[in-house]
Design a protein around this ligand. Structure first.
Ligand code: CA
Length: 229
């Protein structure tokens, strides 16, 4: 169960959100002022904060900055109208997402769950700083890789490719997936581009397409990094 800190001065909205969120399996702490919100954030742990921007004691953006001063908890700001404060400013002040009043509880909860998923994935990725598969040892923080104890001199792209495959050993990864996950959306890597990078990577692992040990091409589908234990 995720815990939510709800900071909202309007009593009827606060009560409605509290019951809607409780019904949807969140544990809710609801407060009416920015000062209380800050106190609860500091007391923690809170999984996500819903921060109304129109609070009696402190400007919403200032409250947000103060929360950011003490915590990296995900924050969704709740704003009364689109123009109230520039959304860009709020995102710069550290908001992770925003909803505009009026909104349905279902809409809000969908945004909360999406944000919690993103946050959890990031946290899990940060914890997992080393990837080891077969003779490969990859240090994600240092961005260095070695193969049977030998340092691999990889370009940034080769490194990212290797990490992506090594995190999914023995699973066929399609070129489409590699394009989406390893190349930026703006880059639009062609199949040929991906194949070229795979062949460079393969060479650095000391193997050929005709006689692969690790990087196996699955014709018409993609590639997999084979690890036998
Ligand atoms: Ca308000």
């Amino acid at each position: 169960m995720h815990s939510v800190l709800l900071v909202e001065d309007d009593e009827s909205i606060r009560a409605a959100l509290r019951s809607a969120l409780t019904e949807r399996q969140f544990s809710v702490v609801a407060v009416a002022t920015a000062a209380e919100g800050l106190r609860e954030t500091a007391a923690g742990p809170v999984d996500i904060v819903l921060l109304d921007l129109g609070l009696p004691d402190l400007d919403g953006a200032a409250a947000l900055r103060m929360i950011r001063g003490i915590s990296s908890v995900p924050v969704i700001v709740v704003t009364a109208r689109r123009g109230e404060t520039s959304i860009v400013q709020l995102l710069e002040a550290g908001a992770d997402d925003y909803v505009v009043k009026p909104f349905s509880a279902d809409h809000l909860v969908a945004r909360m769950r999406a944000l919690l998923r993103r946050t959890n994935t990031t946290a899990a990725a940060e914890e997992q700083r080393v990837v080891a598969a077969g003779g490969l040892h990859i240090d994600l923080l240092q961005r260095s890789a070695s193969f049977h104890g030998q340092h691999l001199a990889l370009t940034r792209r080769e490194f990212d490719l290797l990490v992506y495959l090594a995190e999914r050993p023995n699973r066929v990864v399609t070129r489409r997936e590699l394009c989406d996950q390893v190349w930026a959306a703006s880059e639009k890597a062609s199949d040929q581009t991906i194949d070229v990078h795979l062949s460079w990577l393969r060479r650095k692992l000391g193997e050929t397409a005709a006689n692969p040990r690790y990087l196996h091409t699955v014709r018409g589908v993609g590639v997999k990094l084979v690890v036998t234990t």
